[in-house]
Design a protein around this ligand. Sequence first.
Ligand SMILES: Cc1cc2nc3c(=O)[nH]c(=O)nc-3n(C[C@H](O)[C@H](O)[C@H](O)COP(=O)(O)OP(=O)(O)OC[C@H]3O[C@@H](n4cnc5c(N)ncnc54)[C@H](O)[C@@H]3O)c2cc1C
Length: 419
Amino acid sequence: MKRRDFIGNTLAIGGLTSVIPISQLYSNVQKKLSHQNKKTNYDVIVIGVGSMGSSTCYQIAKQGYSVLGLEQFDIPHEMGSHGGQSRIIRKAYFEHPNYVPLLERAYENWKSLEQEVSNQIYFKTGLLYFGPSKHPLITGTQKSAKKYDIQVNEFNRKEQIDKFPQFKIPNDYSNLIEVDAGFVTPERAILTYTKQALKHKATIHINEKTLQWSKKDGVIKVKTNKQTYYCKKLVLTAGAWNSKFSKLKNLEVTRQVMFWAKPRNINMFKLNKFPCWTFADPTINGIYYGFPNLSNSSFGEPPGIKFAHHTKGTLTDYDAVNKNISIDEQRTVIEAIRKFIPEGIDSISSIKTCLYTYSPDEDFILDFYNENKDVVIGAGFSGHGFKFASVIGEIIAELVIKGKSIHPINFLKSNRFNG
Ligand SMILES: Cc1cc2nc3c(=O)[nH]c(=O)nc-3n(C[C@H](O)[C@H](O)[C@H](O)COP(=O)(O)OP(=O)(O)OC[C@H]3O[C@@H](n4cnc5c(N)ncnc54)[C@H](O)[C@@H]3O)c2cc1C
């Protein structure tokens, strides 16, 4: 771990300066979606065009294969796991260092997508971590940073107050900043992948629900509420709905809550002045995390600083999510944030729900389905998958087209639950 050479341009926004508004990108994609062919035979069908499915459609179409992406709702939407403007991206993975090589590639792929379309998707804000020095959030981050030489800097209380006066952090907590971390924009990323997939002649159907699939004599049949299609290879990237299309009955879907607040002094919380942050505290389960204030003109509604509690929410039926947030649920999160960011919440501007799909060990499942080399599944992203979407699409395309991936994904095999 490097020490102290951190501050300087930590909060500069990296990459490109062009930020195409979500509304403009959306209408652009909608126009293209309305001119589509009516073919029923494809090389590959992708069930679910969300985070992982949109990136997969792009990667497969780019290589010249005919691909049909089937999405039950609009692109994007707020019924699954990708709604809500922003997702944290970081490399010093506290969950396990095994993820770091995948993250290195994910960063490269986000950058090349940005360059291809001249639109910014990754925003480098730095990520401030704080918590008791023995907490896995701190020790895990330090471990991955050390193993892969990722720029994570430790700093003391005085430096913290100088550089990040928005936070009130206990003296005995560790403070770290991961310089190249920040956030990616899920709706913009999914729309961009969809747009680029269409440019490479993918067919994408929205508001078309897949009902079932089967395989006979080497041909895969996919039935939707509108049509029956045939393909050689199938991809299952249906997020919270993946258990409907697979025998993975050990996936748990939970309802998670995201908050947006108007801060007391908005200038202190602006993009460029305020980093992404995450903390652990002995009095709470899981961790809390949040983002700078984002303008609606570039980032879409709702306005404010967004924050959330990363812990297992209540189990839910993916088709009947309770969208009402109780006063108790609100109070717990608001109190936790106010303790450490006293000026962060003047009033709450919006609260939304979103779905996590947990695998039993909270690691992803990225593999051939049921030893069947014609079907690939990406599932169980367990509330930490979005930052990887750019590399997951590439890996799924490799598995579909070449039958193997050059990326280190053995730890994500589905048979790890068998014994
Ligand atoms: C509140 C919250 C905060 C998060 N924060 C972060 C973060 O900071 N960083 C991070 O990296 N990750 C984060 N995540 C996790 C990340 O967003 C998910 O891991 C990721 O979006 C999962 O992608 P997916 O493709 O599996 O699911 P989705 O993006 O939901 O895509 C699945 C798609 O399949 C479609 N589908 C399902 N069934 C059918 C059907 N029958 N027919 C057609 N289409 C179908 C769905 O409609 C959906 O569009 C967060 C998630 C939530 C909920």
